[in-house]
Design a protein around this ligand. Structure first.
Ligand code: ADP
Length: 169
């Protein structure tokens, strides 16, 4: 859509060295909300220096959960996953930044919390794959897709934080 301001530079041999602005969809799952972990989780992305573009508490309808996880629909755990994600409110977030997709995945940690490194959200705060407290998009394309899926256009803000000169030279 028109709100995408990301610069696209079509020089394939240089792409790896170009730091590109991305956006990613992060969600505190129902267990994270019920356990009172919302503030801690938001705080990690905020303190890192990423830009918050959208934020809401939301009861996810079944159809949206199915669309979000459609690539997993043939997995044995899929019905349980849909039940889990719709079992209570979630906190939806859109974060922007250079390299934010992979970095958010690092902050979140491995899918199985017992294998997630200490210091990551799942490593610090969870024990089971089926209750792993947080979601993060796995690619820039999915970042765009999921933000479009979970947010309406007028729920997203384009803004420049006052701290920006202290984050980027
Ligand atoms: P990630 O969320 O780390 O990107 P996946 O995309 O593989 O991981 O899976 C999506 C979500 O499905 C996981 O975060 C987890 O909540 C759930 N899930 C994945 N594998 C299992 C499993 N074996 N048993 C139960 N739930 C699972």
């Amino acid at each position: 859509g028109a709100r995408r301001s990301t610069s696209r530079i079509f020089l394939p041999h240089l792409v790896a060295s170009i730091e590109e602005v991305e956006e990613t969809y992060v969600m505190v799952k129902p267990d994270g909300v019920q356990r009172g972990l919302v503030g801690d989780i938001i705080s990690r992305f905020e303190k890192k220096g990423f830009l918050l573009k959208g934020l809401k508490l939301f009861q996810c309808p079944k159809e949206l959960a199915e669309e979000h996880y459609k690539e997993l629909k043939d997995k044995s755990f899929y019905p349980k996953l849909i039940k889990y994600i719709t079992s209570g409110p979630v906190v939806c977030m859109a974060w922007e930044g250079i390299g934010v997709v992979a970095s958010a995945r690092k902050l979140i940690g491995a899918t199985n919390p017992l294998q997630a490194d200490p210091g990551t959200i799942r490593g610090d705060l969870a024990v089971q794959t089926g209750r792993n407290v947080v979601h993060g998009s796995d690619s820039p394309d999915n970042g765009h897709r999921e933000i479009d899926l979970w947010f309406k256009q007028d729920e997203l803000c384009e803004w420049v934080p006052a701290q920006e000169p202290w984050l980027k030279e």
